[in-house]
Ligand binder design. Structure first.
Ligand SMILES: C[S@@+](CC[C@H](N)C(=O)[O-])C[C@H]1O[C@@H](n2cnc3c(N)ncnc32)[C@H](O)[C@@H]1O
Length: 215
């Protein structure tokens, strides 16, 4: 799991840099958790970065950031809301502008949501995405819940995983109006010069990596 997080971090960092280079100045991190990109990445002037999560993790993060004296490299706006509730309303109230393009990140999030909640989340993101918006997702690989989930390893972090990627993630996103590309962890790891060893290691590890642009 730690290795998969290294690879997905780089994948999404690059996607954010590409989106910024294309002129996008709104960033929304859904299920932001302890994401530190507002602090560790360089952002163009005028970038507004929204961190959406429930209040408990955001409050904890605020206390650590305060203690460390951390300074964001962009305008950082926290949006404490449950993604099962009216988060589009909360995001709008926080100043998000759906008429301007947005880059959305859902990293390590969708695997925790049941399929109907994933579908609703995608529909809502799509409704708030002007042409030229970007999206980066990590999806649970097929079979990952069987191998690592509640029945396989009771009590582990993976025991809260509930949904895996659809059979055809690119087609699924096309249906929501996105031009998407899917990458396996193995292929990205090799591209980054950090190849995953040859078998007997498994073919895939948690985390299908998706980048998408709004048509
Ligand atoms: C595994 S963490 C990933 C955090 C971060 N995106 C990263 O990759 O480091 C999942 C995050 O999603 C948040 N999350 C899960 N379900 C949520 C919900 N219904 N509403 C808001 N946030 C939620 C959790 O609070 C947690 O911070």
């Amino acid at each position: 799991m730690a290795f998969s997080i290294v690879i997905r971090t780089k994948f999404l960092d690059e996607l954010l840099q590409q989106a910024s280079a294309s002129g996008v100045r709104q960033v929304v991190l859904l299920g932001a958790g302890m994401d530190s990109r507002a602090f560790r990445m360089d952002w163009p002037e005028g970038t507004r970065l929204f961190e959406v999560d429930t209040s408990a993790p955001l409050d904890f993060k605020a206390s650590v950031l305060r203690q460390e004296g951390a300074v964001a490299h962009c305008e950082r706006i926290t949006v404490p809301v449950d993604l099962r509730e009216d988060w589009p309303g909360a995001l709008a109230a926080a100043g998000h502008d759906p008429a301007a393009p947005t880059v959305w990140i859902a990293e390590g999030l969708l695997i925790y949501l049941p399929e109907d909640a994933v579908e609703l989340l995608l529909a809502r993101i799509s409704a708030l995405s002007a042409v030229g918006s970007w999206m980066g997702l990590t999806l649970g690989s097929r079979g990952v819940i069987e191998r690592f989930g509640a029945d396989a390893v009771p009590g582990s972090a993976a025991s809260m995983w509930v949904s895996e990627m659809p059979d055809d993630p690119v087609g699924w996103l096309a249906g929501h109006g996105w031009d998407a590309a899917g990458y396996t962890l193995r292929e990205r790891a090799a591209a980054y010069g950090r190849p995953i060893g040859t078998p007997p290691q498994r073919e895939e590890r948690p985390g299908g990596l998706i980048s998408a642009v709004r048509r």
